[in-house]
Design a protein. Structure first.
Lengths: 282, 189
């Protein structure tokens, strides 16, 4: 029998603590590059000015380790655990301990209410939203993606009919972006999940937001669809902050899954320009 | 050239502003978002006093991050405004003249703004680190139990905003987008 690699729950808590702070203060390099490149290309003067402010903002955040946005989100924590890893102690408790420490020590906002109807703030940004995947190997990968709700609220899911086909998918993506308008803080990143079940399409749409904005789907067919949808979205004229302009989206990231003969689920998960996530592998 | 606004802002002053105007706000503003608005409107319904004078006031829709040592406040950018639509008309009727947020507003809010003379300003969403620097002092004056959602009295200097919807109902989201798309037709793209 293969020997299990032991990881202590404290290692997980410490990694999550650090990832919460880093993710909230330092935008990924690919997102920064995409924003600054869009700023250079933006032909509409007011839009260019808005993008310049956004660039200025992430620089201030970087230099002072200051939250990029005051909505430091609900902490979405993606765990990929190798089959040959054994964790001593509760993973869930360790992740939440890390979130608790990170949000306190990083001067981050606590935005979680315990009950969706009663709405009392838990005061420490826990519980986090944890997603687990079991993978081969003896490593444990943790990604923290703080998700703000200005953009989360503008996300939608639809169970299309198979006869709606690719055109139905295109139209639904554009409808979601159009209806969102200025609300999700454009320029946005558009995560799309096609196929699976009702819940799995939403899950892969969220996971699509973790992919670098300059990396296209490995399947050339979907890579082409990503490029096409980005061009379509950027011809809508919504622009940065919805004030008009070319730069409405930085990227469209599409993930797909097999699905049922009777269905074509499509989920569109929108992220604001502060498309934050950070990974550590233990 | 940006228009300088010193709060409190009278209805007459609010009526002079036009959608698309760039403004720099200096003076006292009050923060409130979902939970605080709900409580304010419950007080109005009961006919009780509000924790601050709404007459000629500007409310900023923000839930800031905590201040680090030496800071007045942490990151402090706008939150999406439509969630306050259910509550804004009652506050505008009480004399509120300015709201700072981002995103769409409902028809009922806009007609109330036209009736009483109020404006809706947009600040750049997702720029909390930058906007927080314009806040000189910040003090919780009500609902401390709400944490980030408590009502804060803030002193701001040259806080940058753009008039999104003016007191005549003109809307920069519509006008800005239309102007950009028209510029594409002119340039033959």
């Amino acid at each position: 029998m293969r020997e299990m690699r032991e990881i202590k729950s404290e290692q997980i808590a410490e990694a999550v603590r650090k990832l919460c702070i880093d993710a909230n203060c330092h935008l990924p390099a690919d997102v920064k590059h995409s924003i600054s490149a869009s700023c250079e290309r933006e032909p509409w003067a007011p839009a260019k000015e808005t993008l310049e402010r956004i660039v200025q903002n992430y620089r201030i955040a970087d230099e002072g380790c200051q939250a990029i946005c005051q909505d430091t989100g609900v902490a979405c924590v993606f765990i990929e655990i190798g089959q040959d890893v054994h964790v001593a102690g509760s993973i869930e408790a360790a992740v939440n301990e890390g979130v608790r420490r990170g949000y306190e020590e990083g001067y981050l906002r606590k935005s979680v209410v315990l009950d969706p109807i009663e709405r009392k703030n838990t005061g420490d940004n826990t519980p986090s939203m944890i997603y687990y995947d079991i993978v081969p190997g003896d490593q444990l990968s943790i990604t923290v993606a703080p998700k703000g709700f200005g953009s989360e609220n503008m996300s939608q899911i639809k169970m299309l009919k198979p006869s709606d086909g690719l055109q139905g998918v295109r139209e639904f993506i554009l409808k979601v972006v159009e209806e969102a308008g200025p609300n999700p803080c454009p320029p946005i990143v558009v995560g799309v999940g096609i196929g699976g079940t009702f819940d799995k399409s939403a899950l892969i749409a969220k996971k699509a937001l973790l992919r670098p904005v300059d990396q296209r789907n490995a399947d050339p067919k979907y890579a082409a669809l990503e490029e096409e949808m980005l061009a379509e979205i950027n011809s809508l004229g919504i622009g940065p902050q919805g004030l008009g302009g070319k730069t409405t989206a930085l990227a469209v990231n599409i993930e797909v899954l097999p699905t049922h003969i009777a269905g074509l689920p499509v989920a569109v998960n929108i992220n604001c320009h502060a498309a934050r996530h950070k990974t550590e592998v233990l | 050239m940006a228009i300088t606004i010193t709060t409190p802002m009278s209805r007459e002053e609010a009526r002079t502003l036009r959608a698309g105007d760039s403004c720099l706000i200096t003076g006292t503003i009050y923060t409130a978002r979902d939970a605080a608005h709900k409580r304010l409107c419950e007080l109005i319904e009961k006919g009780e006093d509000l924790p601050f004078d709404v007459e000629n006031a500007v409310i900023y829709y923000v839930g800031p991050t905590p201040a680090k040592p030496g800071q007045a406040i942490g990151s402090a950018g706008p939150t999406t405004a439509y969630r306050m639509d259910a509550y804004s008309p009652a506050l505008i009727a009480r004399g509120l003249t300015g709201m700072i947020g981002k995103g769409f507003r409902g028809e009922e809010v806009v007609s109330c703004m036209k009736e009483h003379g109020a404006v809706y300003f947009g600040a750049i969403g997702g720029c909390g680190a930058l906007l927080g620097k314009c806040v000189r002092t910040s003090e919780v004056i009500a609902y401390e139990d709400l944490g980030a959602e408590a009502i804060r009295k803030m002193e701001v200097v040259d806080f940058p905003v753009t008039v999104i919807i003016d007191s005549e109902g003109n809307n920069l989201y519509k006008a800005g987008r239309a102007a950009y798309l028209a510029s594409l037709n002119e340039s033959g793209e």
